[in-house]
Design a protein around this ligand. Structure first.
Ligand code: F6P
Length: 361
């Protein structure tokens, strides 16, 4: 009997943890007598029929490596002429019994549509440093991004303290502020600006002045997609999935001008950009990626298609791709309250936004 053939592709922005996930899927398939076919550069590879067999040597040690050995792209087959038909015919030509799709909301959205409309034998693996997929508790890539960003924030604080400056760190996270939130908490930031709510410049200035008076420096962590009242991006470019391309990173620069104006304290900004998406995955991301890849291969070999593997209560479980791609996970009120409690206390204020403590457990 011919060996079963499982295709694997990685689409959208890369992130640490993809290589462990690829490895997990390839090793699991191999242990069950199946062959893995690596598709190059996401959906583009399936449109252009660009693929190769993945052998043990290709994946044996990639658990320690950032990026993706398969390459990636933001190609949307639904934006190409006969794109979905090309994808389906390439899958047939490559004799794929199943396709493991590793991606964020956009890449997995395509997988979901192909499953609904063409019965494509797909399984999704969630990846994104943004951690904004609602069906899973964490996505791999996030922990590494936050670890790198936290290191950067601590370095900024050192130089800020030496010069008596306020320092602003801009991090990624297109529509969701998870990276900024976790970095801010982990690096003891005095203020955190998130895309989930417009920046309250007066509130920020009051907290930074208090922190500066206490400590001789202050640290702000800001997400790249924040709304700063009165400031608009210079130009808008849209990608294949209809998202604004945030090439013009540098909201931190405008934020630091506003801070200087309001506080009178010399302020400097730094943008960490793609640095937070590279480098070796943290142990958490290596393990999560491996588990997700293994489970995806298991579902593929069982013929359970149309699912995404998700982390729920420390188990890797299947959830329908449709459900998994329906809503984006953004920072909720509970987290905002926690953040406001920390930054208010650091500034010697009470948290005006939290009304009363609830009794009971
Ligand atoms: O979606 C992941 C992400 O890193 C976002 O946080 C960021 O806005 C975007 O990708 C950057 O995309 P690119 O690598 O295309 O500049």
């Amino acid at each position: 009997m011919a060996k079963r053939r499982i295709g694997i592709l990685t689409g959208g922005g890369d992130c640490p943890g993809l290589n462990p996930a690829i490895r997990g899927a390839v090793l699991h398939s191999s242990a069950h007598g199946a062959e893995s076919i690596g598709i190059r550069n996401g959906w583009k590879g399936l449109i252009e029929s660009d693929a190769r067999v993945l052998r043990l040597n290709d994946v044996a040690e990639i658990v320690v490596k950032g990026g993706t050995i398969l390459g990636t792209s933001r190609t949307n087959p639904y934006k190409k002429e006969n794109g979905p038909a090309h994808v389906m015919s390439t899958m047939k030509k490559l004799k794929l019994d199943a396709l493991i799709v590793m991606g964020g909301e956009d890449t997995l959205g395509v997988a979901s549509k192909l499953f609904e409309e063409h019965k494509a034998p797909v399984i999704g693996v969630p990846k994104t440093m943004d951690n904004d997929l609602s069906a899973t508790e964490y996505t791999f890539g996030f922990d590494t991004a936050v670890t790198v960003a936290t290191d950067a924030a601590e370095r900024l604080r050192d130089t800020g303290r030496s010069h008596g400056r306020i320092m602003v760190l801009e991090v990624m996270g297109r529509h969701a502020g998870w990276v900024a939130l976790f970095t801010g908490i982990a690096a003891a930031a005095d203020y955190v600006c998130l895309p989930e709510r417009p920046v309250d410049v007066k509130d920020m200035a009051a907290k930074l002045k208090a922190a500066y008076a206490r400590n001789g420096t202050a640290l702000v962590v800001a997400s790249e997609a924040i709304t700063l009242p009165g400031v608009h991006a210079h130009h808008k470019e849209i990608d294949d999935f209809g998202h604004e391309i945030l090439k013009e990173r540098g909201v931190a620069e405008r934020l630091s001008e506003a801070i200087h104006k309001e506080t009178g304290v010399e302020t400097r900004a730094a943008v960490i950009g793609h640095i937070q998406r590279g480098g070796p995955p943290t142990i958490f991301d290596r393990i999560l990626g491996t588990r997700a890849g293994v489970k995806a291969s298991e579902l593929a070999l069982l013929g359970h298609f149309g699912y995404m593997v998700a982390l729920k209560a420390d188990k890797i479980v299947p959830v329908s791709l449709k459900e998994a791609t329906a809503d984006l996970k953004t920072v909720n009120l509970e987290w905002l309250d926690l953040l406001d409690t920390l930054t208010s206390a650091l500034a010697g204020e009470t948290n005006r936004r939290v009304k009363a403590l609830k009794t009971g457990v």
